[in-house]
Structures are given as C-alpha cells and as structure tokens.
Design a protein around this ligand. Structure first.
Ligand SMILES: Cc1cc2nc3c(=O)[nH]c(=O)nc-3n(C[C@H](O)[C@H](O)[C@H](O)COP(=O)(O)O)c2cc1C
Ligand code: SF4
Length: 368
C-alpha cells in the first residue's frame, strides 16, 4: 500500500508534495551555516520548511525590512526553493519589553545569569507588558502582522505561520492577560488580538495561506502559561478559522521551561512519542481544516498510523530532521532502518542554541 505520509495535500492554494514539514527551529548559526542547514534539510525531501521567529516588526536586525536581513531571507528562500520545497515564514511578535532584555543583558553576558534565568525574568514581565499596552500600540502591532505577511510574500516566502505562542499566546492566556478592556477577560476577548492579526494578514494578502501555531495550556498537571486551555479550544479555533486561518499547527504552550515544549527522553510527563497529539484530537472536534501534529515524533510507522487514523493531516519535526535530514528520502527508498533516530537528549540542539553555539546534533561527525 502507498504510504499516506508520502502523498500530497492541499493547503488553501498550495500543494505540499508530502506530509512532512520541518518545524520552526531557530538555528543560531552563521549566515552560511544557516543556508547550508536549510538546503540540507530541503534536499532530504520534506514538503515545507517553516523558518522560525521572523519578526512581524519594522525594526530590528532580523526584520523583513532590514536590508541585510532581507538578503539573508532571500538566500534562505532560494536555497530551499532550489530543492523544490516550500518555505513558510513564522511571524512572531515579542511579548516582553525590549528594555527588560537590555536590563538583564549585562548579567547574561557576564555569565551571572543563565539563559533560563533570563527567560524566567522575561516571562515574569509579560503580564505587566500585556496590561500596559495602549490601544494605539495594539493596533500598530496588529497591522505589523499584515505588513510583514505582505513583505514576506513579496520576497518569495510561499505562506506564513502566525506564532501563537508569543504575543498572540500571551493575549490568549488568562494567566498572562490581565486586561479589563475588550482584549481581556472572557475567552472571546482574549482571542481578539490573535483574530485581529489573522484578519490583518488576510486583508493585506487575500489569497495567502495562513497556518496558526496553536499553543495549548494543560492543567492537572500544569504545563505552559500562555495559550488556551482545553475547554477554550471550542471558542478559540472557530473564531480563528472565521478570521482566515487555513491550517493549525498544534502543540503545548510555552512560557515555562523550554524542556516542556522540547521534551527530553527523561521528561517527567511528556515521554511518549506523539505526546502532544491529544491536543490535536481536541482541536479536531471544532474544525475540518488540516491539522499538523508536532512534538516527540520520529518513527515513520507511527506517523503513518496517525495519518491513517486521521488524527492529523501533516507532521512537523524539528529534532528528528536535525538528527537525520534524509528522513523522507530514506522512507521513499525503503531504507527506514538506516534512519538515525533522534534520542531526545537535547545535548547539541537545544543546549547548543542555549550555549550560543548554534543548533547541532550528537550524530554530526564533529560532535562524535
Ligand atoms: C533548537 C530549537 C529551536 C526552536 N526554535 C523554535 C522557533 O523559533 N519557533 C517555534 O515556534 N518553535 C521552535 N522550536 C520548537 C519546535 O518547533 C518543536 O515544536 C519542538 O522542538 C518539538 O518538536 P520535536 O520533538 O520534533 O523537536 C525549536 C526547537 C528546537 C529544538
Ligand atoms: S542532539 Fe540529541 S535531541 Fe538533539 S537532534 Fe541530536 S539526537 Fe536529537
């Protein structure tokens, strides 16, 4: 029987040649290394690569409006397109004040504060930041999403993903959002920021394909502080669909420990392959749009089963494709047994990024 994971799928007006996507992954590598890494992953046969953390902002050194960054993005797009692979820009807006980052930067540089301590400090500042944003600032942030999507399409991206676990995730969260106006309080109000961002994109780019990274908070036990609760999905998902979303990329919410969203093998709770797919099952009840599963997924047989059961329509992998970028080609060529399976050690990928050494893998020759 032909494998479903190798079959094409339509997302709005785009056709993905198979069901495998490289999940958004900030690589922390040099320009040249980044281009080579994306080219290598594209060469391995995935249908689409999501470029992580593209700022929906007019300023900043990675902004789509910055001349140097523009060349960087064009080089990435060309490298990926040259392998007949689609490329998606993950648009994000930060939910902490730039001044908070500046305040702690000297301590980080002097190694008096670890990256995870910095993360905790920035997370602590989010509720105040969300509550203090003026309506004018909110309108500007929203229109930035529309403008960034337009700019992304202009320079050659094929589609966009709205990062629903930064500013959108914080506005959605009853923990992070303590506003008392139309952007806070009820789940409908907390959805308004994310919905407005999607509408702004749809208005500027009527035919664009919009994916939404949907962050879900879990209670009992508690994991993640941004995003929406299980019981809020029934409101959140239909409103986003109505605003113009074409597909959902479903995962656990963040703003806690990074190890909870990128779980190591010995994580106390998220140990199983496909540990976040239960969130996709809940989203499935409220939409017929394609759903992409992500998180601790490695094995072709497991993926095929989830697709056949129609739990999900696509799979995104980060660490597995870092461990073996030839994953899709090996499945195509019936060489599955030679796939280097990611052991979820986080040693050279997540820890490499945290140590400012860039994302690598224990399987890389130089790392052995
Ligand atoms: C080094 C690294 C960087 C990441 N950067 C991003 C990012 O920029 N944006 C994002 O939404 N997720 C990011 N993620 C999370 C992944 O997209 C993915 O959700 C997570 O790693 C779980 O999938 P996996 O088990 O296939 O690695 C990153 C993950 C890793 C390992
Ligand atoms: S370093 Fe470990 S967790 Fe990271 S990609 Fe390689 S095998 Fe997977």
């Amino acid at each position: 029987m032909d494998k479903k994971l190798l079959s094409p799928i339509k997302l709005n007006n785009l056709e993905l040649k198979n069901r495998i996507i490289f999940a958004p992954t900030s690589l922390g590598l040099s320009h040249e290394e980044t281009i080579n890494k994306y080219k290598q992953i594209a060469h391995g046969g995935v249908a689409m690569i999501i470029v992580g953390d593209v700022p929906a902002s007019k300023t900043g050194f990675l902004s789509l409006y910055n001349k140097k960054a523009l060349q960087y993005y064009k080089d990435i797009i060309n490298a990926i397109h040259s392998e007949d692979v689609l490329v998606c820009a993950q648009l994000h807006a930060s939910d902490s004040k730039f001044t908070s980052l500046i305040k702690y930067l000297p301590a980080v540089l002097m190694k008096k504060m670890s990256p995870s301590e910095l993360r905790n400090k920035l997370n602590e500042s989010v509720p105040h930041y969300i509550s203090s944003l003026s309506k004018n600032s909110i309108n500007k942030l929203v229109s930035n999403f529309g403008d960034a999507a337009e700019q992304a399409m202009k320079i050659g991206f094929d589609c966009v993903q709205v990062h629903g676990d930064r500013l959108c995730g914080s506005f959605s969260s009853s923990i992070m959002n303590q506003r008392s106006d139309e952007f806070g309080g009820s789940i409908v109000n907390r959805t308004k920021f994310a919905v407005s961002c999607v509408e702004a994109i749809r208005k500027k780019c009527p035919t664009i394909t919009i994916d939404y990274k949907l962050a879900i908070r879990q209670e009992n036990p508690h994991y993640g502080n941004a995003g929406v609760l299980f019981e809020e999905i029934s409101t959140f998902v239909p409103l986003l669909e109505k605003a113009g979303v074409n597909s959902f990329h479903v995962t656990i919410a963040n703003h806690g420990s990074l190890e909870d969203t990128i779980p190591p093998k010995n994580h106390t709770y998220f140990k199983e392959q496909g540990c976040f797919l239960k969130f996709a099952d809940e989203v499935r009840k409220y939409t017929e749009l394609p759903i992409c599963g992500v998180g601790c997924i490695e094995e072709p047989a497991f993926i095929e089963q989830q697709l056949q059961k129609q739990r999900i329509e696509m799979v995104a992998m980060s660490r597995q494709l870092i461990a073996d970028s030839e994953w899709v080609n090996k499945v195509k060529n019936n060489e599955e047994e030679s796939i280097r399976i990611c052991v979820r050690c986080n040693q050279k990928c997540l820890k490499g990024m945290q140590a400012h050494q860039g994302v690598h893998c224990i399987y890389e020759r130089s790392a052995l």
